[in-house]
Design a protein around this ligand. Sequence first.
Ligand code: APR
Length: 308
Amino acid sequence: MNKKIAVIGAGNVGATCAMYLAEANFADVVLVDIIEGTPQGKGLDLTQAGPVRGYNAMVKGTNKFSDIKGADIVIMTAGLPRKPGMSREDLVSMNADIVGSVAKNIKKYAPKSFVIVVSNPLDLMTFHMQKVTGFPKNRVLGQAGVLDSIRFRAFISMELGVAMTDTQAMVLGGHGDTMVPIPRYTTVAGVPIGELIPKDRINAIADRTRAGGGEIVKLLKTGSAYYAPAAASVDMCRAIFNDEKKVLPASAFLSGEYGIKDIYIGVPVILGAKGVEKILELKLSKGELSALQGSAKTYKLHLKDLGY
Ligand code: APR
């Protein structure tokens, strides 16, 4: 294949990304981890599934960052996941060191790549990644809005018994307790959910979305979600590779949009061959805007913990 995607971290999220990427069959995959043998074993295993799964993508596992040379896209999943009782923000200091060291390697070996960050706390780690790589801001973005909105979509589909694919949802803000689901811009086959679901149920579904990651952490007990986060990341890769101009929420750097500056936070973007090609400014209600700005304020404070 003439395209290459590097996935950093061969744990739950990384290995699942590699699997979905191989199945998507649009690029070879390099899976990098510091644990000897794990990425190599998973890579070989995934490659050997190709003949029956119908893909030709090769998945190469490695402990050497130099193997990411020439990667078009890097998906950053290395880092610790949450355990029950932890917030994503509790991971800041541990994951910042990992993201910082990986960012230096990305800068060295894949200086022209797009970087999709999945490591948590997402919006802060995306900021850190951009700072350390020094890459243009359109080339560094965080995967969270897609995940949060597909969770919202799945819950709506479960509520109404309608096709998942007929649902559309918009979730803004940080990937944490302050995220801002926007029911007004959430539809089923174009019909606003306000016309289909009573208000108290919409509120309950929005709350469940906000706590969606925590619900899974509580069930798994030893780690956090990985199927939906990986699926969301691969969707973003596809949008970039195919120049889809896809409108989706992602953690993007704001320079005054929504009255917010110098921070990465979840907003709707147009994703295409140039990465984040545009940030869409929706007409938010006063309450929605202040929730989004409040979310940004929380992350601004956390950036200080990272020394920014
Ligand atoms: N370089 C490469 N890989 C690393 C590094 C590093 N510097 N540091 C840690 N890793 C690897 C670990 O060895 C492990 O295999 O990252 C992997 C993380 O895998 P898991 O522990 O299974 O965690 P996972 O569930 O995949 O979550 C990864 O994504 O969704 C977020 O909150 C989650 O921050 C977490 C990240």
